[in-house]
Design a protein around this ligand. Structure first.
Ligand code: SAM
Length: 247
């Protein structure tokens, strides 16, 4: 049952809050540069960098895995000539995504381990902070590559040691092992320094929004967001030791 999947009811509550809270939208815009209803770390500067990595084609078909309420895909649709596809297991998230009424969009409620798309459907597949929610990473990675058109690209924002166990190096991470099991070449970039800066900004911003969250009756989400940034309390050296990629 979907209700038994990791964090399912927490994400339903999160996207229900995001759909009705003005303060949360304002906080996202200030902390990340755009409101994508971020639960994770999709800062707009990272997304703009990802846009530059996408294949240059007259029409790009882009899938976002764990697309939440679709606002990140809406941003891509505004910046690029593309068709957008997204799935997420949260019904509340997909309800909001569909209500955005974006042209050339396809949003589905779906679970990473079960969802099916035809082979060679997409020029690019993105997964920001969401690829870990699977019981079989090698199988999911295999499926993603079957969905890509020739010379397509898969880009994942991945935090080793968050949902998946922290491993000794980038090449030992569960995602890297899964690429190798599928015979897929990969490269990676350590964005821990930039993520540290983003977390500091997130912490500073959420503290400014405490009274607005309280007024809207969403104080528990203030606590959740603040707690997500606890890793920066001890400063950069400590954060770097615990979070940077070891190559
Ligand atoms: C950490 S959030 C990231 C959301 C968004 N990609 C971002 O960068 O802000 C993880 C997302 O994955 C979704 N998710 C979690 N487990 C899932 C699963 N098994 N299948 C599909 N979506 C899932 C959640 O509802 C949530 O939207």
């Amino acid at each position: 049952m979907k209700e038994d999947l990791m964090f399912y009811s927490a994400y339903e509550d999160f996207y229900s809050m995001a759909a009705r809270s003005a303060a949360f939208g304002e906080y996202c815009r200030e902390a990340f540069g755009e409101d994508f209803s971020q639960d994770g770390f999709s800062d707009v500067s990272q997304i703009n960098r990802i846009i530059k990595m996408l294949p240059e084609r007259p029409e790009t078909d882009i899938l976002d895995i764990g697309c939440g309420n679709g606002k990140l895909l809406r941003y891509l649709r505004q910046k690029l000539s593309c068709r957008i596809f997204g799935f997420d297991y949260s019904e509340n998230a997909i309800k909001t995504a569909k209500a955005l009424n974006i042209a050339d969009s396809d949003f589905r409620v779906g679970v990473s381990d079960d969802i099916i798309y035809p082979d060679e459907s997409f020029d690019a597949v993105l997964s920001m902070d969401s690829i870990y929610f699977t019981n079989d990473m090698p199988k999911l990675i295999g499926k993603i590559f079957s969905w890509l058109k020739p010379n397509g690209i898969f880009i994942a924002g991945y935090e080793d040691g968050d949902v998946m166990p922290r491993t000794p190096s980038a090449d030992t991470s569960v995602i890297a092992q899964s690429f190798r099991k599928n015979g897929i070449e990969y490269s990676y970039e350590d964005i821990s320094e930039e993520t540290y800066g983003m977390l500091c900004r997130k912490r500073e911003t959420i503290q400014k929004y405490k009274s607005k969250f309280d007024k809207e009756g969403i104080s528990m989400w203030y606590d959740v967001v603040l707690h997500q940034t606890d890793s920066v309390i001890k400063g950069y050296e400590d954060y770097h030791k615990n979070n940077a990629i070891k190559s």
